[in-house]
Design a protein. Structure first.
Lengths: 227, 385
């Protein structure tokens, strides 16, 4: 990636869904850049297309038209296998409901993305311990998700998201399932990831309190970028 | 290692469901093994037949006897090494339900033709010296508690009257598959007794067992024997010992086919149960599969998890089923007494049991694995929460 290239470059992006034979526009002619190291909050009412936009940026959905470059890669040109490989190296996911594997411990959950890297088991373990220590769960490594609070589970999910040192972190309502105190902890952690480690974060939220943590806020309404 | 751990933990996620599925597989594989062993037991005679042994019987029917003087004519034919006469006796020991095969034989040539019947030389000598002597198989002796020197009374059915034999030898099988449920005695004793009771039935033989010197000439020698007696009052039909035994089995072939069908129906039923288990598994994990896919895992990994889990459950049930097959078959074989001369689980049956487990494990996972591999990430993630 060249130094001047933004982390995410979006040009004239459109996306429609078909519902009962009817074409429903979800995103219309979206264009904007996200700089490397930025922390962007995507806001908007339900159905505005913010999660769809996040999914497109994360490479888990495909647009109908437009251009989408992430880390200077035109991800629209990648086939399914290429896209999966690209996601494994470039995207860290933080989900609203944490999406941890219930049968794996915190340590094993964080280790999961590293299986795709070819690292030796010992090296994986070392990395995981560092990541879990960073999110303050060094003493919970052997706990299963069901033995952790919602906030702790989300911290495990964040450790899993950063373990491969991805280009961007995408977070879809990361505090949507948490109480205020836990949400603040998670937002503070994301703030640290952005401020101290320079991680590029794109967060979907409709919580203004959460959005305040971002450096920039982009609003969507009925599939259009309004600011 | 990590993948194995994940597969095992996934398999144990719903312990009761997995336990019940494993239990179902155990019962199915055990039943399959036992039914296959019953079929094997049916074919024991045919499978233990030697290629150099022929059986000559009446061309009209097995129940029509042949003149004993045929023995010398057959013995004189080119390529014939040895001939022994044998009569089916069909006596009743105490009660009709106590069935075991009894044959009146020419002991010297007959026992020489069956080296798989192992007899201690001292016992063989005692048997040869006693015209009322009998040789009994180990399984038969154990079933009825026959010991050397015991007198065994049999009530004749084909050869009327009460008969008494003295156990002079107990033969062991050369292999576990050797039939040791038989009872042999001197054909001369039978013939002498018949001559005194019903002279018109004397000097008759049920079948001749013919040993050939060259197995490759068995068909030719069979034809020569039958040609020898063509257009005589007692024409013969000569076939290999195996064909002769299969001829018996064919009379009850419908039962064997039914048993085979039932054994595979049992497997099909457990396949349906297993497929249902795996379908529920895949349905419950749509969100997890979508998450794994989002993280960059490909369809092969997701399919592998489902196949791995399905095969783990299938082989756990099958392994336990196979382990249980041996003691249950021993118990069943003992309960059946001499009805099944040999009731032993063969390695072929064990391989078939594991092959069934493999088929069940793979077939049950095909659709769930395909669905897991094809899950659309965005739709799958909506299932979480």
């Amino acid at each position: 990636m060249s130094q001047s290239a933004p982390a995410v470059a979006i040009r004239h992006l459109t996306k429609t869904y078909r519902r009962g034979g009817q074409v429903v526009p979800v995103l219309e002619d979206i264009s904007f850049d996200i700089d490397s190291g930025d922390f962007v909050a995507l806001m908007g009412p339900s159905g505005s297309g913010k999660s769809t936009l996040l999914n497109l940026i994360a490479g888990i959905d495909r647009p109908d038209s437009g251009e989408l470059r992430v880390a200077d890669v035109d991800i629209m040109q990648l086939d399914e296998a290429g896209l999966a490989d690209w996601r494994a190296r470039n995207v860290g996911f933080i989900f609203q409901f944490y999406n941890l594997m219930p049968v794996l411990t915190a340590l094993e959950n964080v280790e999961l993305p590293l299986l795709l890297t070819g690292l030796a088991a010992r090296d994986r373990r070392e990395r995981v311990e560092v990541a879990l220590g960073m999110v303050g769960l060094a003493d919970r490594m052997t706990h299963y998700p069901s033995e952790l609070s919602g906030g702790q589970q989300q911290r495990v999910a964040i450790a899993r998201a950063v373990i491969t040192d991805p280009t961007i972190l995408v977070a879809d309502e990361p505090t949507g399932d948490l109480d205020r105190a836990s949400a603040d902890d998670i937002l503070a952690l994301m703030d640290r990831l952005n401020g101290e480690l320079g991680k590029t974060i794109i967060m979907v939220t409709h919580d203004p309190h959460a959005a305040q943590r971002a450096r920039r806020i982009r609003h969507l309404e009925k599939g259009l970028l309004t600011e | 290692m990590y993948l194995l751990k994940l597969i095992l933990r996934n398999a144990l996620r719903h312990k009761l469901r997995t336990l019940l599925t494993v239990l179902g597989l155990l019962v199915a594989i055990l039943s399959f093994g036992l039914l296959q062993t019953v079929v094997d037991a049916w074919y024991t005679g045919a499978n233990s037949a030697a290629p150099d042994r022929l059986v000559t019987r009446s061309a009209v029917s097995l129940v029509v006897p042949l003149p004993v003087h045929y023995r010398d004519k057959i013995r004189g034919l080119d390529g014939v090494r040895s001939v022994a006469s044998a009569n089916w006796f069909a006596g009743v020991y105490q009660e009709p339900k106590n069935f075991f095969p009894q044959f009146a034989i020419d002991p010297v040539p007959y026992l020489a033709m069956y080296p798989e019947y192992r007899i201690h030389p001292d016992q063989l000598r005692d048997f040869m010296r006693d015209r009322k002597g009998a040789v009994v198989g180990r399984k038969l002796a154990d079933t009825y508690g026959f010991k050397l020197g015991d007198v065994v009374p049999l009530k004749g059915t084909i050869f009327a009257g009460n008969w008494e034999f003295v156990v002079r030898a107990i033969y062991e099988g050369a292999t576990p598959k050797t039939d040791t449920s038989q009872f042999f005695f001197h054909w001369e004793y039978l013939n002498e007794t018949v001559r005194s009771r019903a002279p018109q039935r004397a000097n008759q033989v049920g079948v001749f067992v013919v040993q050939v010197s060259d197995v490759s000439r068995a068909a030719e020698i069979s034809a020569t024997i039958d040609a020898q007696f063509r257009n005589s009052p007692a024409e013969t039909l000569t076939e290999t010992e195996k064909a002769f035994q299969i001829g018996f089995i064919k009379q009850t072939e419908a039962i064997v086919i039914a048993i085979r069908i039932v054994s595979f129906v049992v497997i099909f039923i457990i396949l349906a149960v297993m497929a249902n288990t795996m379908a529920m598994t895949a349905r419950e994990r749509v969100g997890e599969n979508a998450t794994l896919k989002a993280l960059g895992f490909g369809p092969g990994f997701l399919g592998g998890l489902i196949y791995g889990e399905s095969l783990t459950i299938a082989f756990t049930g099958a392994g336990l089923g196979v382990l249980l097959t041996f003691p249950v078959a021993d118990w069943f074989g003992a309960k059946m007494g001499t009805l099944f001369p040999v009731f032993a689980v063969s390695m072929e049956t064990v391989w078939l049991q594991f092959a069934c487990a493999l088929v069940v494990g793979v077939a049950a996972a095909v659709v769930p694995a395909w669905r897991a591999a094809r899950v659309r990430i965005v739709e799958g993630l909506r299932a979480v929460g």
